[in-house]
Design a protein around this ligand. Sequence first.
Ligand code: BTN
Length: 250
Amino acid sequence: MDFDIIHLKEVDSTNKYCRNLGKRGRKNLIVISDVQSSGVGRLERKWHSQYGGLYFSILLELNEVKNKNENIGKLNFIGSISIYESLFDYINNASQSMGDFNIKTFGIKFPNDLIINVKGNNKKISGILSEVNRDYGFLILGIGININNDIPRDLRDIAISLKELTGREYDRFEIFNKFIDRFKNNYHLSDSEILNKYEKYSKTLGNYVKIITPKEVIIGNVFKIDYKGIYLSTIDGIRHVNVGDCIHLR
Ligand code: BTN
């Protein structure tokens, strides 16, 4: 699997840029931008995209992905395990010389956030926004990773950059290339191999959590996560949801 790469200095959103190219029949393409003026996060939130972070979107043909990977849920898993693997060594190395965090708290928060606990607070380093277009037959995996970028003051309790975490700057393209390498490898793994990795890296599985969906709030112990969502054991019995904000309660 090979990708054409388009590198932009600035764009409104790499997902939007990919969407326009997808409608014109392009596929197997990655659009990366140094800055996004209107970066978008999950649940229609804003994704702050100042210079220094990694902001890119992968455009894939829906049929190809559907045959090989079944659905968007699987592609999201491939994305998050690949981000985890491309950041792990940097964070692990720094954790040995810095006392503010423990590498054991670095992992995936449902569905696809990469988090780490710093002085008692879970902070987000990376997120994924995926979208499917069945009319034109493509899908997009949009990835944002806080590398050297400053985090806006009002988000500092819940988000962190790799630079702030580890006290040094990084070559964004070294990390980007690591990601592409991991993504290509993980893309060809079997379902059970992907799920095994996701379970191993997950910080949500086995945890007591609150899930805030557009309709309700569910609290319970997470005993399973798969491409279809998250399964909780609650005082009202077993619940399954596929969308929502997840808050770790311990
Ligand atoms: C989230 O809310 O966790 C998802 C954030 C996804 C941000 C990325 S940055 C590249 C791509 N372009 C966007 O506008 N959003 C995604």
